[in-house]
Write a protein that binds this ligand. Structure first.
Ligand code: FAD
Length: 451
């Protein structure tokens, strides 16, 4: 397997010129994603014996736990999650495109559970918010005074007939979302495909997605890997999306920029075209229009992005939205500013599970975790939650190896660059360096409640 880490160099990063170095130093001092000051440790901590249960040990769950341990003195904080390995998901696109080895995106969960927090290595099988209890997959009933829901979302591959996650990596089948092994296997499929080129079919469902930029990054990188291999001219890239005409991303200015770049790369877009079935052995994908017309497409390489929804345990509980746009996906019914549950005031939500507009990125968690921790402490203290989240979402949009755009925006889709000297739509090596070098350390700082 060929693994190219740096453009035109055998594994050695290019020298950084003095101006870039100054910029990087500036970024180190003012980290990539906007932060609230870390909470004061112990000195101002609120004394309490509150029982707090956190469902999920992903980025959101651990980031909130770390902060609560600093803000509260005496609370019993319990994290419930069976997953033994913590996944650094923003690295999956780098693994799936041959930039990173898979080891960089897996760490033991135990390494990140904050000191003093009890970890129950089981799943939540039932939420009973009326009784203030969660029931675990092992049958434990855990009572709480406060609950933080941080279960992330469910990748609904089952909606695609014939889709087999275990087949990713074989017969040109790829999907970056399914986990570290799938990301690594996807690179195997892409690496093999790029040798000769052929027909690449890329997909994007309508509906809420985590890192909605990832399907676009993969598409850019497929084009780039083909170009590097000298097989782009012999290839064709088709992008099918369930979204309406001329839409591949929810922020218009970014959307239009991506479409212009894809026009230059001769990428063919198909709108209102939803992946509904795949036959991996025959390399056929079936797309459906909203009217139900089906079209079968042959491919040499297929990138599958599954529809996403809340995990069943949330969707079927009384914590889910009961009406409105977030109800069909079963997303958590939180107030989009305070992230407090709209009906159960002792419940908060963090991360991908939240039924809020946009905001399913690690960057969102970075800015939302201090809000959730602060507001939960307010409620413990008998006060109203007064911190407000603006929907901050960020995505370093890779456009080719060695170049990316740093896209940041809020609930309203307004661009909110944290580094005003960088034009968000200006691709740069600096943004690429952030993606491959700086964002994982920043992510770990979020886990540890340092930023
Ligand atoms: C391919 C890809 C690329 C991405 N790129 C970027 C990027 O460039 N920038 C960026 O900012 N973000 C990116 N993201 C998004 C980012 O990784 C997520 O938004 C972030 O991890 C969300 O954190 P979370 O805590 O909500 O969910 P997760 O980190 O997914 O954690 C959820 C946890 O909940 C647990 N859980 C599930 N069900 C239960 C249950 N019933 N009981 C107990 N625990 C449960 C799971 O086991 C898991 O440990 C990317 C994601 C992917 C997949």
């Amino acid at each position: 397997m060929t693994r190219s880490r740096w453009p035109g160099a055998g594994g050695t990063p290019p020298a950084i010129d003095p101006q870039r170095r100054r910029w990087l130093q500036a970024l180190g001092a003012a980290p990539l994603l906007p932060a609230m000051a870390p909470p004061a440790v112990a000195a101002g901590a609120l004394k309490t014996n509150a029982r707090i249960v956190i469902a999920g040990s992903g980025l959101g769950g651990i980031a909130v736990a770390s902060r609560l341990m600093k803000l509260l003195d005496g609370a019993q904080v319990t994290i419930v999650d069976a997953r033994q390995q913590h996944y650094y998901q923003p690295g999956f696109t780098l693994v799936a495109t041959g930039v990173w080895p898979v080891e960089k995106v897996r760490d033991p969960t135990a390494d990140f559970i904050p000191a003093g927090v009890k970890w129950v290595p089981e799943m939540v099988a039932e939420f009973d918010p009326a009784a203030n209890v969660v029931v675990t997959s092992g049958g434990q009933r855990i009572a709480y005074d406060y609950l933080v829901v941080a279960t992330g979302l469910h990748l609904d591959y089952a909606q695609i007939e014939g889709m087999d996650v275990a087949a990713i990596g074989r017969n040109g089948l790829a999907s970056v979302y399914a986990g570290p092994q799938a990301a690594e296997a996807s690179w195997g499929a892409l690496d093999s495909f790029r040798q000769k080129g052929g027909k690449a079919v890329m997909t994007l469902p309508a509906g809420p997605l985590k890192c909605a930029g990832a399907p676009l990054k993969i598409t850019f990188m497929v084009a780039d890997r083909l170009k590097q291999s000298g097989t782009l001219a012999a290839s064709r890239i088709d992008f099918h999306t369930g979204l309406p005409t001329d839409t591949v991303f929810g922020v218009k200015v970014v959307n239009d920029d991506v479409l212009a770049r894809w026009k230059a790369l001769d990428i063919h877009n198909h709108y209102l075209s939803k992946l509904v079935a795949v036959d991996p052995a025959a390399r056929k994908a079936v797309f459906a229009s909203p009217e139900g017309q089906r079209e079968s497409v042959d491919y040499d390489f297929l990138h599958v992005v599954p529809p996403m929804r809340a995990p069943d345990v949330v969707k079927k509980s009384d914590l889910a939205w009961k009406e409105g746009g977030f109800a069909p996906g079963g997303w958590l019914e939180v107030d989009k500013a305070t992230l407090q549950h709209r009906r159960y005031k002792n419940v908060f939500g963090i991360g991908d599970i939240n039924g809020t507009p946009r905001g399913k990125t690690a960057a969102t968690v970075k800015k939302a975790a201090p809000v959730v921790a602060h507001n939960l402490v307010q409620v413990v203290a008998g006060a109203e939650p007064d911190a407000r989240f603006d929907g901050y979402t960020s995505c370093p949009l890779i456009v080719r190896e060695g170049s990316a755009m740093l896209i940041e925006f809020d609930y309203d889709g307004k661009l909110t660059p944290s580094l005003p000297m960088i034009d968000p739509l200006q691709e740069s090596y600096l943004a690429w360096l952030m993606k491959v070098r700086m964002l994982k350390p920043a992510y770990v700082s979020v886990l540890k409640g340092r930023v």
